[in-house]
Design a protein around this ligand. Structure first.
Ligand SMILES: [Zn+2]
Length: 114
């Protein structure tokens, strides 16, 4: 019973977001059992865990912004595939990508998919 109640707290991507995840997995080809999950996050929009096998995304914050979500997936799956952040900004490189927030800390949709 306790287990079932915990499942009720899990978040779920919208169907469109799930399609974006599947498209990103097909495009960037991380290891087969890479997991991308939706979860509310307090101070982050997304991260890749230390084992680089799980990406956690705050899907609700990205419901507004499909291009931003595609770019976040590109960035996080690059981490899964072994890349780290650039030490210095590299224009156009996904490892220099950052989500844009407005003055109210709401996500702004990117004008392009990187
Ligand atoms: Zn990163």
């Amino acid at each position: 019973m306790r287990f079932l109640s915990l499942i009720g707290l899990a978040a779920a991507f919208t169907p469109y977001q799930s399609d974006l995840v599947l498209a990103a997995l097909a495009k960037f080809k991380p290891p087969e059992f890479t997991t991308v999950i939706d979860s509310p996050l307090r101070n982050q929009i997304a991260f890749t865990n230390g084992q680089r096998d799980t990406v956690v995304i705050n899907g609700r914050r990205l419901e507004c912004c499909s291009r931003t979500m595609a770019n976040v997936l590109n960035h996080e799956l690059a981490h899964v595939n072994g890349r780290s952040h650039n030490l210095f900004p590299v224009p156009g490189d996904i490892m220099s990508y950052a989500v844009t927030l407005d003055q109210a800390s709401q996500v702004v949709d990117d004008p392009i998919i990187w």
